[in-house]
Design a binder for this molecule. Structure first.
Ligand SMILES: [Zn+2]
Length: 145
């Protein structure tokens, strides 16, 4: 006759598991890693809350520890903010190079000839638009181009 082992549904993940034969009355969770971690965290939280409530010395020590950590975190943030504000001024970006890079990425080419050709086309297009704007009287004169 085969020995029938007690089974149950895990309260954490809901899967069926075989209970440990030495702990059939109290086991409520399966032995998967995540379930064991969750259960351990819950047990530690319960211990912490209970001890914090009942042990005045522990509560004082914890309060002091948290206060110190909060103070350290604020100091660190204040320091890093100060460094950000007092850092060297940003290096200016060359707009010509930026435009060339953008155009190169836009047409997906690193060939200087192709980039230049695309730039000429866009320049022509811009000139046409500028002429249109000049007709309304609000853009600069483009005769020199
Ligand atoms: Zn489980």
């Amino acid at each position: 006759m085969a020995i029938r082992r007690a089974t149950a549904l895990c309260e954490q993940c809901g899967t069926k598991y075989v209970k440990c034969r030495f702990n059939t009355l109290h086991q409520r969770y399966c032995t998967r890693k995540n379930c064991m971690i969750k259960r351990r965290q819950e047990r530690q939280r319960q211990y912490y809350r209970r001890t914090y409530r009942n042990d005045k010395q522990f509560a004082d020590a914890e309060r002091e520890r948290c206060k110190n950590n909060i103070r350290k975190r604020r100091e660190y943030l204040r320091k890093s903010n100060d460094e950000k504000l007092s850092g060297s001024p940003p290096i200016p970006i060359n707009i010509d190079l930026l435009a060339t890079g953008l155009l190169s990425q836009w047409i997906d080419s690193k060939d200087p000839m192709e980039v230049e050709q695309a730039a000429r086309q866009l320049e022509t297009r811009g000139r046409q638009l500028a002429v249109t704007v000049v007709c309304t009287g609000s853009a600069p004169d483009v005769k020199d181009f």
